[in-house]
Design a protein around this ligand. Structure first.
Ligand SMILES: *Cc1c(COP(=O)(O)O)cnc(C)c1O
Length: 466
């Protein structure tokens, strides 16, 4: 058992992390978010339901923008924050982020079209992807995106040719793999990259690295404007050390390119991956701390390489959307299962089945992710028992929360919420078992506004051509 197990606590008042900022328990013991009670949400929109605390998500976006702007202004540089749309994107979210002064990162035709149709100016959108289609590249160019992040050498030619076809120019960044991989509290640094993203900084043949070759190819094409270098080192990172190492590596490449060609690239993007609290007692990587530490690292690297401090950009996704969201479920079957005598977890485990599962939250099955859950429809005085929250799918791996203490009197009909599902929840949802995907409701100041409609079985049948 690796989860930190917190006794269920239904006392009135604010909940704190890992719950959204406005989440609190009413005197009757029910949870309210954004001033809206969970019974109202369940009655109006049904369950499962993704609930987003709009004020919290906006505040998180502002906190990153303000922290990076201030920390880099202190060292004479300009910083931009791109919200990584893959964490969770719909038109309402794209507008919130734009209103809070962020730009939007996209990686597919669907994400790009969603941001554009929300009215986000092309110049404030970036396009990523390790296997961009011609359609994606052309839409990006036609809508004047601020940058296309090139991920391979063939893409240099493809994007330049597309720009030539359309009679324009393309602003591009080159994504490099620094060999730094981070996640949790640790980072590792390796010379060899065995993954699909980016271009290596290491010259395996002792000559020119793939990253440098791509940069020289970009400079050789007049249709391309080289606007920056890009690095993204991982996810759920709780320490700045990995960003320091990556900044140093990217800055060294920037200096090397300047020495070879006289071109000093204006911007460095250090990606996203800032970690959040998934369980009670965990901490998140604070925007001010990461902004100050990365600004320090970029300045040090500039001094070491004798170059000027570049403008920078960052791409947080999870740390903006994750903690602002929760998933509301209705409990169905509750089953006590006897454990083997040798189990360290005790004599029994309570299996609590909810009306969704791996179709609305695949992260537990995919990454062995840890989550926190509570009964949120009522106060219970029953002592906590070791429970596992499972879904309704035909897989024994259909687990939403591996280990959590839930009140021993859990019963069918209880409302249960899982915290920190705002990122990579709806965006990774599937229709497995032909289960329609839940909708998303934004709550703020006592008002609930659906921002993504719940799917119905009719929606599924509409795709089925018989
Ligand atoms: C996934 C991703 C991000 C966002 O990562 P988070 O962990 O959600 O902050 C940013 N940039 C790139 C290139 C990514 O692939």
């Amino acid at each position: 058992m690796t989860a930190s197990l917190t006794e269920p606590d239904a006392r009135p008042g604010p909940l704190g992390l890992p719950w959204p900022a406005t989440a609190s328990r009413t005197a009757e013991g029910a949870l309210a978010v954004g001033g809206v009670g969970v019974h109202d949400l369940a009655a109006r929109f049904g369950t499962p339901l993704y609930v987003v605390d709009e004020a919290d998500m906006r505040a998180r976006a502002r906190a990153f923008r303000d922290a990076f702007t201030a920390a880099f202004a202190d060292v004479g540089a300009h910083a931009e924050v791109y919200y990584a749309g893959k964490a969770f994107l719909c038109r309402a979210v794209a507008r919130w982020m734009t209103q809070e002064g962020l730009r939007i990162d996209t990686a597919t035709l669907g994400e790009l079209t969603t941001a554009l149709s929300a009215g986000v100016p092309g110049a404030q959108i970036g396009l990523h992807g390790n296997n961009k289609s011609d359609e994606e590249i052309e839409l990006a160019l036609r809508s004047g995106v601020g940058r296309i992040v090139l991920d391979s050498e063939p893409e240099v030619t493809r994007v330049a040719d597309a720009a030539a076809r359309l009679g324009g120019r393309a602003p591009v960044m080159v994504r490099v793999t620094t060999g730094v991989h981070a996640g949790g509290h640790e980072f590792i640094s390796t010379a060899h990259e065995d993954q699909k993203f980016g271009l290596s900084l290491h010259a395996h043949d002792g000559e020119t690295s793939p990253a440098m070759r791509a940069l020289l190819a970009v400079l050789a094409r007049e249709e391309l404007d080289l606007v920056g270098l890009h690095s993204h080192i991982g996810s759920q990172i709780l320490d700045a050390a990995g960003f320091d190492a990556a900044a140093g590596a990217v800055m060294a490449l920037r200096a090397d390119l300047a020495a070879r060609t006289g071109v000093l690239v204006g911007e460095v993007d250090l990606g996203g991956g800032f970690g959040v609290a998934y369980l009670p007692g965990e901490v998140e990587l604070e925007p001010e701390r990461i902004a100050k530490e990365t600004a320090g690292a970029v300045v040090r690297a500039a001094q070491e390489t004798g170059t000027s401090v570049p403008d920078v950009s960052f791409e947080p996704g999870r740390s903006i959307a994750g903690p602002a969201g929760l998933t509301l479920y209705t409990v169905g079957t509750v089953k006590e299962v006897a454990l083997p005598a040798t189990s360290p977890d005790g004599a029994t485990r309570l299996y609590v089945s909810v009306d969704g599962g791996m179709s609305d939250n695949i992260r537990t099955a995919l990454y062995d992710a840890r989550y926190h859950a509570e009964v949120v429809g009522r106060a219970s005085r029953a002592p906590g028992v070791l429970a596992r929250v499972v879904g309704k799918h035909c897989e024994s791996g259909d687990v939403v929360v591996h280990d959590v203490l839930l009140p021993g009197d859990m019963r069918a009909g209880d409302l249960l919420a899982v915290a920190t599902t705002g990122a990579y929840g709806r965006s990774m949802a599937s229709q497995y078992n032909l289960v329609p995907r839940p909708g998303v409701v934004a709550v703020r100041d006592g008002v609930a506004t659906p921002i993504v409609r719940r799917e119905t079985v009719e929606d599924l049948l509409a795709l089925d051509l018989g």
